[in-house]
Design a protein around this ligand. Structure first.
Ligand code: B12
Ligand code: SF4
Ligand code: SF4
Length: 346
């Protein structure tokens, strides 16, 4: 089984990119420790707990020789948040619009591992991850030639842009590696200059505690009061530092019929007011098996409430006053509603 055989099979299974990285002490793996020490992980304690394993995939699979890196395009042809005028739309990061990528991609990887196992000896060992494993996915993807880690810290493929899910199979086979991708950011710094919160402190360095993606998705408790105004109408995640990137100016899309990444109706171009007025039951059904299921309904309502206050959108603020679905009474949500209504009076 050659690298070419594996790549051909990966494309047949629905992956858009496949490359092979060797295991090794790649230079970029070393940045994690300092990043954690500076407090940039915020409350994502799991990153501290697993830092030793993240330093090298051989701490995850001791017999590892190669990392098969896979990229899946999730973009669809909806406008970018940076192209929208006004602030009444509920902005939801495009990775979260469709089905839960963890599940969709896990099935494809399982099929690839089974296929490889059928062609390998009894010593074959493999472990596959999509997003949630103790692996610095972008570093291996860069060393597998899938793209480079840009100044916005995202992996950018020169042909497809950065709207890519990454996943990987760490395996015991010695497979011919690809050449690493090289940095093509040049003199550009659009992402750094456009980030609404200044979370990109310097090229390649992101402080999660200032990133809207962290504040609206990862943070479980209240959003710090001092940061609420910066949320604007970003109701779930943020795409700004990728939308402004020239490599995403003519992005590839996954728009074919039946694509799991097409937006669910509830999240497709809806206003903050519409989203808030949607009954809990409908929201729960739409969140089920979507990428947004992780953060859940309360955090979504918390975010929409903050957006209403931060954007001072009159319709969204009226919706906040009128709608009394059960989750609106949750203490976390209610406190953010009170804050938002306070902004309208200010
Ligand atoms: C924690 C995490 C987050 C955190 C922190 C993000 C971050 N930049 O670290 C938060 C919650 C903020 C986040 C946000 C998002 N995430 Co996220 N996240 C992760 C996760 C679980 C770990 C990332 C990690 O290890 N961070 C630690 C720091 C040290 O890494 P880093 O910032 O990437 O820094 C690297 C480089 O910048 C470089 N570097 C650092 N300093 C320097 C200095 C120099 C000089 C050089 C040359 C290089 C360099 O080396 C570092 C090595 O890792 C990965 C999945 C995984 N297991 O890898 C997904 C992952 C990175 N996220 C992903 C996505 C889609 C997002 C969002 C787009 C979601 C959204 N729309 O809201 C945003 C993008 C924000 C952004 N600009 O990164 C994708 C990215 C796909 C891609 N094309 O890159 C991943 C790979 C998940 C996946 N499997 O698809 N995420
Ligand atoms: S995702 Fe948004 S808030 Fe986070 S670094 Fe990028 S532009 Fe800034
Ligand atoms: S916006 Fe410019 S600097 Fe930022 S990642 Fe894209 S090319 Fe690199």
């Amino acid at each position: 089984m050659t690298a070419e055989d594996i790549k051909a099979r990966a494309l047949q299974l629905g992956f858009d990119l496949c490359g092979i990285a060797p295991v090794g002490a790649h230079r970029e793996l070393g940045f994690l420790r300092e990043w954690l020490d500076r407090g940039y992980a915020g409350e994502m304690h799991y990153l501290h707990r697993t830092a030793d394993r993240r330093a090298d995939v051989r701490h995850v699979v001791s017999s590892a020789q190669s990392v098969i890196c896979l990229g899946t395009i999730y973009n669809t042809d909806r406008p970018y948040s940076t192209e929208m005028t006004g602030n009444s739309q509920a902005l939801i990061a495009r990775y979260a619009w469709g089905d839960d990528y963890h599940e969709v991609i896990r099935k494809r990887m399982d099929a690839l591992v089974d296929w490889m196992r059928g062609r390998s000896g009894p010593d074959f060992e493999a472990r596959s991850y999509v997003d949630t494993g103790p692996v610095q996915e972008r570093v291996y993807a860069q060393h597998a030639g899938l793209g480079w880690i840009g100044r916005n810290t995202c992996l950018i493929n020169p042909d497809h842009g950065s709207w890519l899910f990454l996943s990987e199979i760490i395996c015991s086979l010695r497979i011919e590696p690809d050449a690493p991708a090289f940095d093509q950011c040049g003199t550009c710094r659009l992402c750094l200059d456009s980030c609404p919160t200044g979370a990109l402190l310097e090229p390649y360095v992101l402080d999660s505690t200032r990133c809207l993606s962290y504040l609206t998705i990862e943070l479980k408790g209240p959003i710090p009061a001092a940061q609420r105004d910066e949320i604007g109408n970003h109701a779930y995640g943020c795409d700004v530092c990728q939308e402004v990137c020239p490599w995403n100016a003519q992005p590839a899309t996954a728009d074919q019929p039946g694509s799991p990444w097409l937006p669910r109706a509830v999240f497709d171009g809806r206003s903050l007011a519409d989203l808030w007025r949607t009954p809990d039951g409908d929201l729960r059904r739409s969140l089920k098996e979507s990428a947004m299921s992780r953060a859940g309904l309360k955090r979504l309502r918390r975010n929409v409430a903050v957006c209403a206050g931060a954007s001072r959108d009159a319709e969204a603020l009226s919706a906040l006053r009128e709608v009394r679905e059960p989750t609106c009474a949750d203490p976390l949500v209610a406190e953010h509603v009170a804050w938002a209504l306070g902004q309208s009076d200010a």
